[in-house]
Write a protein that binds this ligand. Structure first.
Ligand code: THU
Length: 130
């Protein structure tokens, strides 16, 4: 399953709009429902307005009416192995995560093997309303 998610992140990464950084990113988010949503980074001439692939995928899920929680997020960049989500995306994933322990981040390592990290490992002590 994780291989499949990573493949889908890889496939969609070809659609990234990144003429400024030339740094291509694709993301694929798996929900408890079994639904998956893909996203790419979308840049802007006003650089700071650029949108990351992960937040694009999560926004798509919400717009499509997804109500369940995030089980896993696969991220792929042809420019860099182990392309981890930025801080803002970690906060976004946390907002909709099943739990920090159960939600997995799926990456490709230097040997093209699947690397699985928990959200807790990469985003401990995140901000939450209690
Ligand atoms: N980017 C992502 O899409 N996801 C991340 O988690 C990190 C950065 C994008 C934003 C920008 O278009 C490019 O990568 C370089 O920062």
């Amino acid at each position: 399953m994780y291989n499949e998610l990573l493949e889908k992140a890889k496939e969609i990464s070809a659609r990234a709009y990144c003429p400024y950084s030339k740094f291509t990113v694709g993301a694929c988010v798996l929900y408890e429902s079994g639904n998956i949503y893909q996203g790419v980074n979308v840049e802007n001439a006003s650089y700071g307005l650029s949108l990351c692939a992960e937040r694009n995928a999560i926004s798509t899920a919400i717009a499509q009416g997804e109500k369940s929680k995030i089980k896993a997020v696969a991220i792929y960049s042809p420019n860099q192995t182990k392309c981890l989500p930025c801080g803002a995306c970690r906060q976004w994933i946390s907002e909709f995560a099943l739990s920090e322990k159960e939600t997995q981040i799926i990456l490709e390592d230097d040997n093209k093997q699947v690397l699985v990290l928990s959200l807790e490992e990469i985003f401990p002590y995140g901000f939450k309303f209690n």
